[in-house]
Write a protein that binds this ligand. Structure first.
Ligand code: C5P
Length: 277
């Protein structure tokens, strides 16, 4: 076991497409989603010691280091002793992985410290299994079926959040149509343009109910379009939206304009996949 602390990134998860295909008897929804990861994210520091959690970073105040925190629950499920520090760089309750990405980063760190992965990771959070490798994947079931995909083309992205926290169960509850078709066949995308053409034949089924709860999401999507996005959509249960741009420069310019509206906005690229363990 290393005596020094180790650092694990927790990249932002994006649902490029998210179809809600049904509902299980226990109320959880069946999903079919194309997921990728951006190189912005939270950061987890782990060091040997009694189990503890501290939280800092620009969005740290929105989160309590209490027993319900997914980082602590992940460590407890692993039977681990570790001092955990979470630097929260991403807005909380915002549809880009959040707690699931942080818990997956804790699990990757604990693997490096010699602990084993606990079973039934999706019980911690539906997005934990896909966040473990943080690589582009098709996610099905309630998140437990993860099929890795070939690397996506280079994407110049903007992530933007209008500072509205949305509750995932509330967004699911607002959904009128709960049985939609699965994703069309996912090809090997050669270019960002091919990916965008494919995305136009897909949806995020949570976007419409989220927009009813937080109409400002429509303003964010319009602003991404108006600043040159070739494609813009909400991720997960929102309210974070992403735009895909032609170049690094145009993405940076859009992020600057959106940030001047008082929104959280960053220009970013796809993350390199992480290797658990
Ligand atoms: O697992 P996670 O914490 O992301 O889910 C929060 C809530 O969102 C669940 O308790 C459930 O109400 C809803 N949810 C769902 N179907 C999913 C994922 C989440 O209904 N596949």
């Amino acid at each position: 076991m290393p005596m020094t602390s180790l650092v694990e990134p927790a990249p932002a998860k994006l649902n490029l497409a998210l179809h809600v295909t049904g509902r299980r008897a226990d109320g959880y929804h069946l999903l079919d989603s194309l997921v990728c990861f951006a190189s912005v994210g939270d950061e987890l520091h782990l060091s040997p010691g009694p189990l503890s959690l501290s939280i800092d970073g620009p969005f740290g105040e929105g989160l309590a280091p209490d027993d319900d925190n997914l980082c602590l629950r992940a460590a407890r499920l692993s039977g681990a002793e570790a001092a955990i520090r979470l630097t929260k760089n991403l807005p909380v309750a915002s549809g880009i992985g959040g707690g699931s990405a942080d818990a997956a980063a804790v699990l990757r760190g604990l693997l490096r410290m010699g602990y084993e992965l606990p079973p039934d990771l999706q019980r911690l959070g539906a997005d934990v299994p896909v966040c473990l490798a943080s690589a582009s994947a098709r996610m099905q079931g309630i998140g437990e079926h993860v099929t890795p995909l070939p690397a996506l083309p280079v994407l110049h992205l903007v992530l933007a959040n209008p500072a509205v926290a949305l509750s995932t169960p509330q967004v699911f509850a607002m959904m009128e149509q709960r049985e939609n078709p699965p994703l069309p066949k996912i090809p090997d995308f050669g270019t960002a343009g091919e990916l965008i053409r494919w995305l136009r034949g897909t949806r995020n089924d949570l976007e419409e109910p989220a927009r009813r709860l937080a109409p400002v999401i429509g303003e964010v999507l319009a602003a991404l379009d108006a600043t040159g996005a070739g494609f813009a959509r909400m991720s997960g249960s929102g309210a974070t939206c992403f735009g895909i741009f032609d170049s690094v420069g145009r993405a940076a310019e859009s992020a600057g304009i959106l940030a001047r509206q008082g929104w959280w906005a960053v220009a970013t690229e796809l993350a390199q996949p992480l290797v658990p363990g």
